[in-house]
Design a protein around this ligand. Structure first.
Ligand SMILES: C[S@@+](CC[C@H](N)C(=O)[O-])C[C@H]1O[C@@H](n2cnc3c(N)ncnc32)[C@H](O)[C@@H]1O
Length: 317
């Protein structure tokens, strides 16, 4: 769908009883701070995401870009996952993080050791078979870990490209437990894409850790995009197993506190979220845009159609 069509689904809504806005007016950027200009002409992205990721924002890019500030200092993305927005915008200065250390190890290796990663990945590609997949998965889960950082990064990419549905999911012990997918010719190693991603990632600080620590030194005029694990719309809809620990209501509340603190400090903030009464209450008083997102084709009639999601910003537009 062209981004203009998708943007037409945007609908700004206001809170039922608007609470006082927590100083949504932002201070201008300091003169000395280099600025990223995002609109109107967004340059072509050098690379797309290098992993398929549950909750990836590829389909929401038009709406996210339309809701970003026109210019900002540094770009922060503390729930990086597959980094759909980061790779689309490709900012020159970024602070990126995720609590999943294997994912951040992958990005660090692609940034600084891309040729070694490609070499190992080509070896997996040459050996790809059902036996090889399960041997790599067993080795990945084995304790103590014996793989080097580059071996683990290449194994991560191999498993991500060949596992069922491309879904990285771990159990409570932190073990990767997804069976092999049935692809006729999986694209296991895309050299050009990895090299392009390497260039983009080199401009970024790449951290493992929880979201609050990652934005501690964000300054007025910087931009933070938060894409946390979604608040489940129903009890059965929960997907929080990107890492062995869950993201529940307490973490959602902590995130909302961090967002309000950043707002007071003059930092541009955007949050994407599922549309639930709890999330609407948490962000009451900030700008909330409701967007309709087409669901994946589903054989159950009840699961077809569009689902409502929210983009919360702190009033910089
Ligand atoms: C919805 S996904 C992000 C998807 C991403 N925007 C994309 O386009 O692929 C949420 C991410 O948050 C990470 N995560 C979960 N809890 C976290 C925490 N407390 N701090 C930082 N990251 C966390 C997960 O590992 C997951 O990668």
């Amino acid at each position: 769908m062209p981004s203009s069509a998708r943007l037409s689904t945007l609908q700004h809504i206001s809170s039922p009883s608007p609470a006082p806005r927590p100083s949504a007016r932002l201070r201008p950027l300091a003169r000395t701070q280099p600025v990223t200009r995002i609109q109107p002409a967004l340059r072509p992205a050098p690379s797309g995401p290098i992993v398929k990721w549950a909750g990836g924002k590829g389909k929401l890019l038009g709406a996210l870009i339309a809701n970003m500030p026109a210019r900002f200092g540094r770009y922060f993305e503390p729930f990086l996952g597959g980094g759909a927005l980061f790779f689309r915008v490709s900012p020159e200065r970024a602070v990126l993080a995720d609590r999943n250390d294997d994912l951040m190890n992958l990005y660090r290796c692609v940034a600084w050791k891309v040729d070694a990663v490609i070499q190992r990945l080509e070896a997996h590609r040459a050996e790809h078979s059902e036996d090889h997949y399960y041997a790599v998965r067993d080795h990945w889960n084995a304790e103590p870990r014996t793989q080097s950082a580059v071996e683990r990064a290449a194994a991560f990419l191999y498993l991500n490209k060949t596992c069922y549905n491309g879904l990285f999911r771990v159990n409570q012990k932190g073990h990767f437990n997804v069976p092999m997918g049935r692809y006729t010719e999986p694209r296991i190693c895309d050299r050009e894409q990895l090299k392009a991603a390497s260039q983009v990632l080199r401009g970024a600080e790449l951290n493992t850790g929880s979201f609050a620590d990652q934005v501690a030194d964000a300054r007025a005029g910087d931009f933070v995009y938060f894409d946390p694990p979604y608040d489940p719309v129903s009890r059965t809809a929960s997907f929080t197993s990107y890492t062995a620990s869950a993201f529940g209501p307490d973490e959602q509340r902590e995130l909302a506190t961090v967002v309000r603190d950043l707002t007071r400090r003059g930092v541009h903030v955007m949050v994407s979220s599922s549309d639930t009464p709890f999330i609407r209450r948490l962000y009451r008083g900030l700008d909330i845009a409701q967007i309709a997102v087409a669901r994946a084709i589903n054989s159950r009639a009840s699961a077809r159609g569009a689902v409502s999601e929210l983009i919360v910003t702190n009033g910089y537009l």
